[in-house]
Write a protein that binds this ligand. Structure first.
Ligand code: ARG
Length: 439
């Protein structure tokens, strides 16, 4: 079942057919393919390249195919070369000879280009919606848990922060991710239909008609570029990779925080699994899978970048490989965003353990130095004084705030009893550090 048998005398080898077909992958484009063809037919009628009767016949036929696919009456399968062949051949079967006029002034090269743009545009805005849902669940969890916790650098306890502020950092990342995808949508919003195989067409078509019908902002400016460009997919896949990197960092923290060593959070049973041998185990599998799947999204990006890098203009069959990579990257990021939002929504915060970790980690040492600076000590000197104080605390097994004024006096004569409120953890957050920029 070929669209191009004319100049061939022998049939394609069976293994070549199997190697060449993209239907098992591009069946997903059936909706965009039919919508693109409907716009194309309307344009052909508008430009007197088809009669209104022919147009109506084709439109009805295409719509009936769409209805049958969506109801499950027509399965998108069989020995067709691709989704475009599937739709066109089914159309001709339904409407007869007129079906053969559908492809007037069109090539599969601009057809597949428009299908993928439409598909990618729609799906990219679904990714934005999923990012927003995750942002919402992070904001909600942050508002419900404005509790103090240790902040880390080098995974060593550093200064006191709040759980809200920590989650708020991810809100910023995912908000930028969303903006990046929105920018990519704006950049790719051009109609490649009408570019033909590579050089447009001698038929007097009007690309503005399909541009408007399909909801693009303008037709592409260059025919060769219109059928060759896949950088809009690469841009989305780069954006998905960045989102996965953010999801993976958050996963890593959830994994660490739910370990018994930290015990800062408890993950819901719904997103954990057990061990087949160790009855006590509860493992953070969902977070680990997100961290793991980040690799395949990066992989898809590099796979398509590598596929594209040596291709001369314009269309080359290599580009058929774009779909598997893009679809896998898209599916993965969508699944991971959904799971992450649910994991965040359902996790429990162990406030007391976070507080205990602060107490044990000298997280107010920087503020002791700041206190000394406020009393006139140079910061570098203050840093040295507090260093000695920490050695003393470690030896005595005491937190800084548990030292008496007499003990403080061994290190500096500038320390008065006003040090205690100055280095109180809650005060550090609410009175200093710009209240961690909140409320
Ligand atoms: N299945 C093809 C693809 O995805 C459709 C375009 C085929 N064009 C061609 N000249 N063979 O790239």
């Amino acid at each position: 079942m070929k669209l191009w048998g004319g100049r061939f005398t022998n049939r394609e080898d069976e293994i070549m057919e199997k190697f060449n077909t993209s239907l098992p992958v591009d069946y997903r484009l059936y909706h965009e393919d039919i919508v693109g063809s409907l716009a194309h037919v309307t344009m052909l009628v508008h430009c007197d390249l088809l009669t209104p009767e022919e147009g109506e016949l084709l439109v009805n036929g295409l719509q009936s195919i769409l209805i049958d696919i969506e109801s499950g009456d027509l399965k998108v399968e069989g020995e067709y070369e691709d989704i475009h062949s599937f739709v066109e051949m089914n159309l001709t079967e339904r409407v007869g000879e007129t079906g053969k006029k559908l492809h007037t002034a069109r090539s599969r090269n601009d057809q597949v280009a428009v299908d993928m743009r439409l598909y990618a545009k729609n799906k990219a805005s679904e990714v934005c919606d999923s990012l927003q849902l995750l942002i919402d669940s992070l904001n909600k969890k942050a508002a419900e848990n404005n509790v103090i916790m240790p902040g880390y650098t080098h995974l060593q306890r550093a200064q006191v922060v709040t759980f809200s502020h920590h989650l708020g950092a991810y809100v910023q990342m995912f908000t930028r991710d969303k903006k990046r995808v929105e920018n990519a949508i704006e950049l790719m919003d051009e109609n490649p239909l009408g570019c033909g195989a590579l050089a447009g067409t001698t038929h007097n078509i009007d690309r503005n008609v399909t541009t408007e019908l399909l909801g693009f902002s303008k037709p592409v400016d260059n025919f060769l570029d219109g059928v060759s460009d896949r950088d809009y997919l690469l841009e989305l896949m780069s954006n998905f990779s960045i989102t996965m990197m953010h999801l993976s960092r958050l996963s890593e923290e959830l994994i660490i925080w739910s370990s018994q060593e930290f015990n800062f959070i408890k993950m819901a049973d719904a997103y954990s699994t057990g061990s087949s041998i160790m009855p006590q185990k509860k493992n953070p599998d969902a977070a680990e899978l997100i961290r793991g799947k980040t690799g395949r999204v990066y992989g898809s990006l590099f796979s398509l970048l590598t596929t594209m890098k040596g291709l001369p203009l314009a269309y080359n069959k290599d580009m058929q490989e774009d779909k598997e990579q893009f679809f896998d990257s898209l599916d993965t990021v969508m699944d991971c965003l959904e799971i992450m939002a649910k994991m965040i929504e359902t996790l429990h915060v162990n406030e007391d353990n976070m507080k205990a970790a602060i107490k044990a980690g000298f997280l107010n040492a920087t503020e002791v130095a700041d206190y000394l600076v406020s009393k006139g000590t140079a910061f570098r000197d203050a840093h040295g004084i507090v260093g000695l104080l920490i050695i003393y605390c470690e030896k005595e097994n005491k937190a800084i705030e548990d030292l008496t004024i007499d003990e403080f006096a061994k290190f500096s004569d500038q320390i008065g009893s006003d040090i205690y409120p100055y280095i109180d953890y809650e005060n550090i957050i609410t009175k200093g550090n710009k209240g961690l920029l909140k409320k």
